[in-house]
Design a protein around this ligand. Structure first.
Ligand SMILES: [Zn+2]
Length: 189
């Protein structure tokens, strides 16, 4: 069960979840006065001493807290991202970020917003109605649905099959179709 100090704090409803790509972007994250949260797996991905670690420390001074998602939500995210074809593109830290958002959205009057430039995180977030914003790139304009195409006979498969069950050739991941998605993130350029 999720027990977070911010749940006992005031009535702020937006919780900003900072992922690794947001920190690595090097872009200033100016969320003074807003609730920021990340996961211990993101924290552990950054090596002490580097620029990105300093960014993280700076954010922690500004109130960024570190939490872990529930196992239940981690399992849910794995099932969903497997369906969307994003699972093998997500690191453990990426999965934790999405799972933490699920936990937050379960809490009363709390709304998670993931700050991320990672398209797979964005795709899974979109699929399950989690709000996200990109830091340095435009958000994805279309929803990706990954598929795997046989390099031999050209047949498409929904699952990630390493070899084609029909002709035994290697497969390659492709974006098979793109549904409509609301454009989020910045609209510059
Ligand atoms: Zn084949």
């Amino acid at each position: 069960m999720l027990t977070l100090t911010w749940m006992n704090l005031k009535k702020t409803s937006m919780i900003f979840i900072i992922d690794t790509s947001a920190i690595l972007s090097g872009k200033p994250i100016n969320l003074d006065g807003l609730i920021m949260i990340t996961t211990s797996s993101v924290y552990n991905e950054l090596k002490p001493g580097g620029r990105d670690y300093k960014t993280l420390q700076f954010l922690m001074e500004k109130g960024l807290s570190i939490n872990s998602p529930s196992q239940d939500s981690v399992d849910k995210i794995k099932i969903i991202s497997n369906k969307t074809g994003d699972l093998n593109r997500l690191s453990e830290a990426d999965i934790d970020i999405l799972a933490l958002a699920l936990d937050i959205n379960k809490a009363d009057k709390k709304k998670a917003v993931i700050l991320t430039d990672d398209y797979s995180i964005q795709n899974v977030a979109y699929t399950i109605n989690i709000k996200f914003e990109s830091i340095s790139q435009k958000g994805i304009a279309k929803k990706f649905i990954w598929s795997w195409r046989c390099l031999g006979c050209g047949k498409n498969f929904k699952e990630n099959l390493k070899t084609c069950p029909i002709c035994g050739s290697e497969t390659k991941s492709i974006v098979l179709n793109r549904g409509n998605i609301r454009k989020r993130g910045r609209d510059d350029r």
